[in-house]
Design a protein around this ligand. Structure first.
Ligand code: NIG
Ligand code: FE
Length: 429
């Protein structure tokens, strides 16, 4: 397929137009075109508008229709592909036992302190064959694609040694080559303190900076560096040292910030100009205002709060304070074994008081901004990548409303149909 596609007669084309993150009130502007059409040529969007206008221009231009695939999206809403900007999708083993312990009252952090949690996935990932990680990764990407995700971020951090961190990042590069979804890699060597460095957090940060970051940066295995800035994991000082040194090597900063306790992660993100700060369940009001001022994307992960039975991040307050908010799944085997975009949308609506319009912006343009890609993806307008979702429903409003159930019918990546619910029971094309 050549990446030439014309979508016509959509009940609405939700353009989400913009080339930078939308902050505060701007998040409500979706740029909707009724009875809309989208033209994609060689993978890039060249025209978006009312079907009648787009088609008459197309005819007048003398271009050959037979070079284009066509989709009539009558009665269906058309949106940019979703950007899941925070996941930990490459891992060995599962933690269903831990989920059951938590149901009985065990806490996520206590399990980690006992050497389980993240560290149990570290043991399984160290022992996993590379090809097994690729095969499980491909299946997970298929599931994400069916939810309408066209770009996904993936973090390392289940190695915590040089070889396994590199193995995870190499698996991501392989997944990126072998699957239609774009996989954006983040180095998260500072996800937990490995058993070999127990009680020696500073020494572990020294090791990561001296022995792992240089190879990750020189081989361009990751675009971002992330850290679990949390009580009993890595302090604000340790996180600052890691992220500023990694940034000097070309890895842009992200943080797991104020997830379990209020530690000052939001303030640190603003201070160092991180691209995003994620979780933020316990972020201070001053920290949130500082993030808004510094243009740090607040990436909220409501399914993690749901799964850990923690209070939700204050999404409404953040938007009212002028933040750019993104929503993502945090898909991982422990705190949030969930890749469901519609569940994220419903939780954001019901428990964070985001409007359906803000939710769509948070899942598209602002997700793209959280990955430094708002200039390339996240909206439907000329110059952007032809990554499109066609719903079976007439309106974007069905995304949070149909709770936990995907309303995505077709997914287009670079102008090519890559998922169709109507074909063979809904498989990757
Ligand atoms: O975003 N909190 C740290 N990291 C992940 C969980 C990883 C895991 O539990 O395996 C998170 O919640
Ligand atoms: Fe996470």
């Amino acid at each position: 397929m050549n990446g030439n596609l014309i979508i016509t007669n959509a009940s609405e084309v939700v353009t989400c137009s913009g080339f930078t993150a939308k902050k505060g009130k701007e998040m409500s502007a979706l740029g909707i075109i009724a009875d809309g059409a989208v033209v994609i040529e060689q993978g890039k969007i060249t025209r978006v508008g009312a079907t009648a206008d787009v088609m008459s221009e197309f005819m007048a231009s003398g271009r050959d229709f037979s070079d284009f695939n066509t989709i009539n999206a009558s009665g269906k809403a058309v949106l940019p592909g979703f950007v899941d900007s925070h996941t930990h999708l490459v891992f060995g083993g599962y933690r269903a036992d831990e989920f059951a312990w938590r149901l009985k009252g065990d806490s996520y952090m206590d399990i980690l302190q006992r050497g389980g949690g993240i560290l149990s996935t570290v043991a399984a990932t160290r022992g996993a064959a590379r090809e097994d990680l690729v095969q499980s990764g491909l299946k997970r990407l298929d599931s994400m694609l069916a939810f309408g995700v066209t770009t996904v971020e993936a973090k390392s951090g289940y190695g915590l040694d040089r070889a396994t961190e590199i193995k995870q990042l190499e698996v991501m590069a392989d997944l990126n080559r072998r699957h239609p979804l774009d996989v954006v890699p983040t180095f998260m060597g500072a996800h937990a303190v490995p058993p070999e460095f127990k009680g020696r957090e500073d020494a572990y940060i020294d090791f990561v900076l001296a022995d792992v970051v240089p190879e990750v940066a020189s081989r361009k295995l990751a675009e971002f560096c992330d850290v679990f800035c949390e009580k009993k994991v890595f302090s604000v000082e340790q996180s600052r040292r890691l992220l500023t040194r990694a940034a000097a090597s070309g890895l842009k900063a992200k943080l797991h910030a104020d997830e379990i306790v209020q530690l000052g992660g939001a303030e640190l993100a603003a201070e160092i100009g991180a691209v995003s700060a994620d979780h933020l369940l316990h972020a201070s009001e001053d920290g949130i205002r500082a993030m808004a001022g510094a243009g740090v994307v607040a990436t909220l992960l409501p399914a993690t709060a749901f799964s850990l039975r923690e209070p939700y991040a204050r999404g409404r307050f953040m938007i009212d304070a002028g933040c750019a908010v993104a929503l993502a799944t945090d898909f991982n085997p422990g705190s949030c074994f969930c890749e469901s975009i519609p569940l994220i949308a419903a939780l954001a609506a019901l428990y964070m008081n985001l409007t359906p319009e803000e939710i769509v912006t948070a899942l598209t343009l602002n997700g793209a901004a959280a990955l430094g890609r708002a200039d390339r993806i996240g909206s439907l307008e000329p110059g952007k990548q032809g990554d499109v979702v066609i719903l079976e429903s007439p309106s974007y409003r069905f995304i949070p409303y149909h709770i936990g159930v995907s309303t995505v019918e077709k997914v287009i990546k670079g102008g090519v149909l890559v998922f169709d619910k109507l074909k063979q029971g809904g498989v990757r094309c």
